[in-house]
Design a protein around this ligand. Structure first.
Ligand SMILES: [Mg+2]
Length: 363
């Protein structure tokens, strides 16, 4: 069913501006009446998917794979969902999340615990859980399942971004992600204003593909020379310009994180082969579901890169699934899971809440 949730303030990046979260919520119900749920966010400018396209994909291609089948062999079912249609990663993520949700309920475990197990049939599973993964995402069962998250500050005039950052600091967040991607002088003023406002709190910036290669090097070098102490710069150049990502990374003194350049394991391998990034932001709506996300996280770590899990602007269903993926796959950077905090009415249905810069799962 379509879901339409207003935000408390506009979410503005170099690519888009939105005041709502629009998603397709997918429910898969067993004959016993148990329901699994997943979310496919509408992000025209990033993934190209919409509520209407996801609905068409689910109705015409994915539901026929799932309906009438047993949940017992859900990994194989999930593999079929991945294979039956090209791309459409948001729609596939919603269905696979719902299947995993059902399997977790059937097994009496959390989604994170389910995904931590031997669930990666048909996918490169890597060496299994990595102790480094507990650095940021604390794997735990039962109560107090939580992950650290940053909070985004929308692209805006410098003073406005500083005020937003201060309000988020007062709300308990201590890790900031600034949306940039304008000309380097304006971005410098924006970051400097927020740095003045939040003091020593970690700041990362996300250009959302906005810069040319040259402008990226000019901007990032300028930020470094100004002593703004940035944790990393995310996706400085276009998603398909992985060579450009590598070119920029080789010329700047601040770590580079790939986001829109990595949807699939194949994309990741290209980034690794070209030494194009220091880290990767993994999202369900890009990779097609929780199993793929965990497989990507593991391969990122095997390659010695930093990992984090993010989400699109989506509601509590999608953010909770992503947080479970972060717990299962392990992340070395603070995650990017503030999307549901932006909702005007944070009625998250008991799935999660935000407290002191953390996503806390469960009621
Ligand atoms: Mg990003």
């Amino acid at each position: 069913m379509p879901s339409f949730l207003p935000l408390h303030s506009p979410f503005v990046t170099a690519l888009r501006r939105t005041e709502t979260v629009e998603s397709l919520l997918v429910e898969v119900e067993t004959s016993a009446g148990v329901i699994g749920v997943g979310e496919s966010p509408q992000v025209w400018q990033v993934t190209g998917e919409s509520v209407a396209s996801a609905m068409a994909c689910v109705d015409q291609m994915l539901a026929p794979v799932v309906v009438g089948r047993s949940i017992a062999d859900w990994p194989s079912l999930s593999d079929e969902v991945q294979r039956v249609v090209a791309r459409n990663f948001g729609a596939k993520a919603a269905v696979e999340t719902a299947l995993c949700d059902l399997a977790a309920q059937a097994a009496g475990v959390t989604l994170a615990d389910l995904l931590s197990g031997a669930v990666l049939s048909g996918l490169p599973s890597g060496p299994g859980p990595d102790p480094r993964g507990v650095g940021v995402s604390e794997v735990s069962s039962g109560r107090n399942r939580e992950v650290a998250t940053d909070v985004t500050v929308s692209a805006a005039p410098p003073g406005e971004m500083a005020a937003s950052a201060l309000a988020r600091l007062a709300a308990g967040f201590t890790h900031f992600k600034l949306k940039v991607g304008a000309d380097p002088a304006l971005d410098l003023a924006r970051i400097a204003a927020v740095r003045d406002a939040v003091g020593p709190c970690p700041i990362r910036v996300d250009a959302n593909q906005a810069w040319s290669r040259n402008n990226a090097v000019i901007a990032i070098t300028t930020f470094y020379d100004a002593g703004l102490d940035l944790e990393f710069v995310e996706q400085p150049v276009r998603d398909d310009d992985v060579e450009g990502l590598a070119w920029v990374r080789a010329r700047v003194p601040i770590p580079i994180v790939a986001d829109e350049s990595v949807y699939t394991l194949r994309d990741l391998d290209r980034v690794i082969d070209l030494d194009a990034a220091d880290g990767v932001n993994v999202k369900l709506a890009k990779c097609g579901g929780p199993r793929q996300a965990v497989a990507i996280l593991r391969r990122v770590r095997e390659a010695g890169l930093e990992t984090m899990v993010g989400s699109m602007m989506e509601g509590p269903v999608g953010v909770a699934a992503a947080a479970n993926v972060a717990l299962a796959g392990g992340t070395t950077l603070v995650n990017d899971l503030d999307a549901a905090w932006w909702l005007a009415e944070p009625a998250c249905g008991g799935r999660l809440r935000y407290q002191s810069g953390r996503v806390i799962l469960g009621p």
